[in-house]
Design a binder for this molecule. Sequence first.
Ligand code: P70
Length: 470
Amino acid sequence: MTGRSLHTMGQQHDRRSWAEPWKIKMVEPLRMTTREQREAALREAGHNTFLLRSEDVYIDLLTDSGTSAMSDRQWAGMMLGDEAYAGSRNYYRLEAAIQRFYGYRYIVPTHQGRGAEHLISQTLIKPGDHVPGNMYFTTTRLHQELAGATFHDVIIDEAHDPQDLHPFKGNVDLAKLAALIDEVGAEKIPYVSLAGTVNMAGGQPVSMANVRAVKELCDRHGIRVLLDATRMVENALFIAEREEGYAGRSIAEILLEFCSYTDGAWMSAKKDHLVNIGGWLAVNDQTVFEELRNLVVVYEGLHTYGGMAGRDMEALAIGIEEAVQDDHVRSRVGQVRYLGELLTEWDIPIVQPVGGHAIFLDARRFYPHLAQDLFPAQTLAAELYLDSGIRSMERGIASAGRNPVTGDHNRPKLELTRLTIPRRVYTQAHMDVVAESVKACYDSRESARGLVMRYEPKYLRFFQARFDPL
Ligand code: P70
């Protein structure tokens, strides 16, 4: 560790002193395990980190979804739950918060993101339709396919190259989108599925110029632009940092402008919004809203709770406001960047530039001796757990599933292991421990031998698949 010239978080933001904009009021003890215990736990979990018990995990970087720490205000809000079946006061607070910070007119609450994806897909997609998007997301694409659509990746090529330093690797390639419109016809495209940031590309942002251009192109063809707003707050910070004309603008202003170029959004509130459960859908078109509001009662619950308790909606309404505070977003993304800089300093292959919510280890370059069919990223997640009890997630060939027509594996260019940082949960010292464990795995990389899949479920196989070591 000698000779490292790291920027502190303060230096990253041109300030002399800087720290997390919160202090800790309640703690949850962590449990450390022995290597023997971890070997047994991993075997029992079929070498799949989704199947580990949380008790057997030391630092849990599986996901930033539902794992954030709520604030004292959010916990206080939990006591103000109005648990009326219909017309809960908390619903109206939630509706007002979404209207204020995202700018959409009509709101439908759901229990989490995929509930919203299900409703919007079933409402807008007809069998035989085509949905273009800036890289696939697992649940998003599955709901589009289940509704009868074919998904088309129209992200810029740079997004598929972990070493390309493009500042907005989440951007839509307008030529690819225009070519698809020409090929299948605008009437077969119910909407463009735009995500900010792009999870599977490494948490990479979309620029304001790009969303504006996508909107212009789509308006000419009468195609809607719908936003997966799950990590849009983080996207807004990258715009402030990297896009001309946005320096010094607040996260809230940028978020509102970005959303104004879209016709609606779905949200997994378990990320940006600092709650353990929740989601929503929002649109500006009243007819679409009425269909969504009708369908929500079939699958989620009445349209004033959509699967959430009143107290959940209150914590969410408060979380939305906390999520757009500039200091919070800088601290959150700054912590991810700090871990990224440590690993970069040690020449460990990660996706660059570092994205908003996670570090993505590049398992192809980590394990150049492993063929993709031996699940290098899954192997790395297992090795990291064995080394230190840190839990990460595969985002490679296992996550990509199979081609619905040919039945063969989808083989994505990106074969990544994700270290996802929950919001307001871990300290910088935890980040140091994580970096040291990744380094230990990197130093012993030649001994990794890969995995074979012994059990494969039909849907979203990565959640429940089981593997054997080779
Ligand atoms: C993650 C979580 C969820 C998610 C997302 C984006 C960009 C929609 C959703 C769905 C949880 C997850 C989901 C599938 C595989 C692994 C992990 N992402 N859009 O960890 O929202 O989970 O609330 O139904 O990232 O990245 P929800």
